[in-house]
Ligand binder design. Structure first.
Ligand SMILES: [Zn+2]
Ligand SMILES: [Zn+2]
Length: 393
């Protein structure tokens, strides 16, 4: 059994090795041609084309998104999904290194597909618009991950962390309706909607001091009236809510609604509160799988540590996948800790010699972890048991 697993690791590593130059070339082509969320047409065509040529059954335009796709090798369960992000950042190119995520997911899927001896399937999933569009959230809703046992990806970073402390996030639009009037001529007739919105900011400032660690609200005014000689009858703000867990985010959204309604009662306005974006859930790491990934990656001399305590990062739509199936999203450093993603320096690092080394090491580790998922019923059982326990808790 162990001997057979070792043989399978060797086989996928060989498949990665023969593709190393081609995978790096894919990473560089994406890097040189950045496309933005939901418009990654050339990236999706390049990646799905490579998979199709290798015999994967490709389905394009999944979940109603033209640049989303799935590619399957084999059939049925067990099934392991390898995720590819490929959107860039306006003005900054591949400053989040998604070109490397795409090439690693592609390489691991091709390697496992080519070396696949046992049953089950490898599903490569093209996931558009991670930077704000929530492509994966829409794919989860469309059932793309319904018959999958594990979802695997990595993210380049400035740290090498086994798991990602990704928070839950959503935006809400709050509108206040008052009554217009001339501020001098008939001031008592006016009901100032902007004053209500300003009051909401004040109340949230007080509430903010009592929120749990990782929770916060950031608001902006998107409509604040039209002229200084009219009492504003309409005012609107957009509020970004973030929390360490999806449960805490739900509570925070409830708090926002209460505050808006309270302010409306106090000011004689009416309030409308509505969700303005897809909700990004917090990331729930599958420890048994991220441990397997870390062990495979250690072979290449890259050590992953737990994230620094108390650190919360931004949000990602992998969170929505991770509440549906056991998932991993480790960070592997492509630059030193004094750097940051979403900078021109990070974009440069995403096409550097170090990035190439990371890409090949990570592709091997993802492929070997996929082999573990496909070959070990025990591992799958443990991953699902812990996943369900965490969901229930
Ligand atoms: Zn990013
Ligand atoms: Zn990213």
């Amino acid at each position: 059994m162990d001997r057979m697993r070792e043989d399978a690791y060797r086989a996928v590593r060989e498949e990665v090795a023969v593709r190393a130059d081609a995978l790096w070339n894919v990473a560089l082509r994406l890097h040189a041609d950045p496309e933005y969320g939901f418009a990654e047409h050339r990236a999706a065509a390049l990646l799905s084309g490579e998979l199709e040529r290798a015999g994967f059954a490709v389905q394009r335009g999944v979940a109603g998104m033209p640049t989303a796709f799935t590619a399957r090798s084999g059939r049925g369960r067990p099934a392991v999904a390898l995720l590819m992000e490929y959107d860039a950042l306006p003005g900054l190119g591949h400053a989040c290194g998604h070109n490397l995520i795409a090439a690693a997911g592609l390489g691991a899927a091709l390697a496992v597909g080519a070396a696949q001896a046992s049953g089950g399937s490898v599903l490569a999933v093209g996931t558009p618009a991670e930077e704000g569009g929530g492509g994966k959230a829409l794919e989860v809703e469309a059932g793309v991950f319904d018959d999958v046992d594990a979802a695997l990806m990595f993210h380049p970073g400035v740290h090498s962390w086994a798991r990602a402390p990704l928070t839950a996030q959503v935006q809400y639009r709050v509108a206040f309706h008052g009554r217009a009037a001339h501020p001098t001529g008939n001031p008592t007739e006016g009901i100032d909607a902007l004053a209500a919105l300003v009051e909401l900011f004040n109340v949230l400032g007080v509430v903010g001091r009592r929120l749990p660690d990782g929770s916060h609200v950031q608001g902006i005014v998107t409509h604040g009236g039209t002229a200084t000689n009219i009492v504003p009858e309409y005012a609107e703000g957009l509020f970004g809510l973030r929390a360490a867990t999806t449960g805490a985010l739900r509570e925070l959204a409830g708090r926002l609604r209460e505050c808006a309604e309270g302010v409306a009662r106090a000011t004689g306005t009416t309030a409308e509160v509505e969700r303005a974006t897809v909700r990004y859930e917090h990331f729930q790491d599958s420890e048994v799988l991220s441990e397997r990934f870390a062990a495979h990656l250690a072979r290449a001399g890259i050590t992953l540590s737990p994230p620094a305590p108390g650190v919360y990062l931004g949000s990602s739509d992998i969170g929505n996948v991770s509440t549906r199936v056991p998932a991993i999203h480790p960070f592997v450093a492509i630059m030193d800790e004094d750097g940051s993603d979403h900078t021109p320096e990070f974009a440069e690092a995403a096409a550097s010699g170090r990035a190439r080394e990371v890409l090949i090491a990570v592709t091997e580790a993802l492929a070997c972890t996929a082999v573990d998922v496909l070959r070990s019923g025990e591992l799958r059982g443990e991953a699902w048991a812990r996943h369900r326990a965490a969901r229930g808790g």
